[in-house]
Design a protein around this ligand. Structure first.
Ligand code: 6PG
Length: 276
């Protein structure tokens, strides 16, 4: 009869070798989290769908509490979505009520080619009427980087209050081939940090120092969108979606908010190995 069994498409996968208490904890955590995975043909298609869905979240947040807190990611994948928010969807967003933050940035000047802030300005913020006072860039001019991280955490605590983390209405994230997200890299302190919301990070994987929200802080977001494209991300995506992945090895797997929604916008090339 096992041959006749069809593998369910949305089952929670738990390693039966784990101890009973770990098995129960993993099941409960998975049951309370809403995770959706949308597989689109290519990065243009996922960018369009993610942008359209983001417009709804932004408007719902403004309707509910008069403002929307939007955290942006860096890298290449989100560029298409940002451009669409600043063009095709520009008129559908109440930009005066949108506050823009970053989940991470490279510790470089704001006009540096590697700056996530510069990328967001070029693709989106220079094209929409978002007030300058609503744009909360990470301070990469303070030295050392740890002081810049502490300064940004102060900005977040002033905006969100001193609760248990920055509850962004929408947090856009990516994933690296090594499973990192934001600038939380495998085996770094930002994986386990529970007190600080923002830390300075450095690994051999990147030439620059980084400023990043910790996994714990990222998990406080109400809605999280991952944008993933390309066959090179297939392994990282598979591990990030597996319930029993170790966040120390695949940090993106640690994005398991206790409440809220995580939506994966992925292209077919990155989703390939999910059927494998
Ligand atoms: C960064 C991002 C980082 C990015 C991934 C994926 O500062 O680079 O925050 O986490 O999302 O590295 O980058 P790509 O979209 O370029 O593949």
């Amino acid at each position: 009869q096992f041959d006749a069994l069809e593998e369910p498409s949305n089952a929670i996968v738990i390693d039966a070798a784990a101890t009973p208490d770990v098995i129960v904890e993993r099941i409960v955590r998975q049951l309370s989290l809403v995770v959706r995975v949308h597989v689109l043909a290519d990065v243009d298609a996922l960018s369009a769908q993610a942008a359209a869905a983001a417009v709804d979240i932004i408007n719902a947040a403004v309707a509910a509490h008069g403002r929307c807190s939007l955290a942006l990611s860096g890298g290449e994948t989100p560029r298409g979505m940002y451009r669409l928010l600043g063009t095709q969807f520009r008129a559908q967003v109440p930009w005066a009520q949108v506050h823009v933050f970053w989940g991470d940035d490279r510790y470089v000047p704001a006009d540096h080619p590697e700056s996530n802030y510069r990328m967001a300005r070029e693709t989106l913020l220079d094209h929409v009427p978002c007030p300058a006072s609503n744009i909360h860039a990470m301070p990469t001019h303070l030295s050392p980087a740890a002081d810049a991280a502490a300064m940004y955490e102060k900005v977040l605590r002033e905006f969100f209050g001193d609760g248990d983390g920055p509850a962004f209405d929408l947090n856009i994230l990516g994933i690296g081939e090594d499973g990192h997200t934001a600038s939380v890299f495998p085996g770094t302190p930002a994986v386990d940090e529970q007190e600080r919301w923002v830390v300075a990070a450095h690994t051999d994987a990147t030439p620059q120092w980084r400023l990043t929200l910790t996994l714990s802080a990222l998990c406080r977001s109400t809605n999280i969108y991952f944008l993933v494209a390309g066959a090179t991300k297939a392994s990282a995506l598979r591990h990030a979606l597996a319930a029993d992945s170790d966040p120390h090895v695949y940090p993106a797997a640690g994005i398991r908010p206790t409440t809220g929604t995580v939506v994966w916008w992925v292209d077919s090339a990155s989703a390939q190995s999910r059927r494998g």
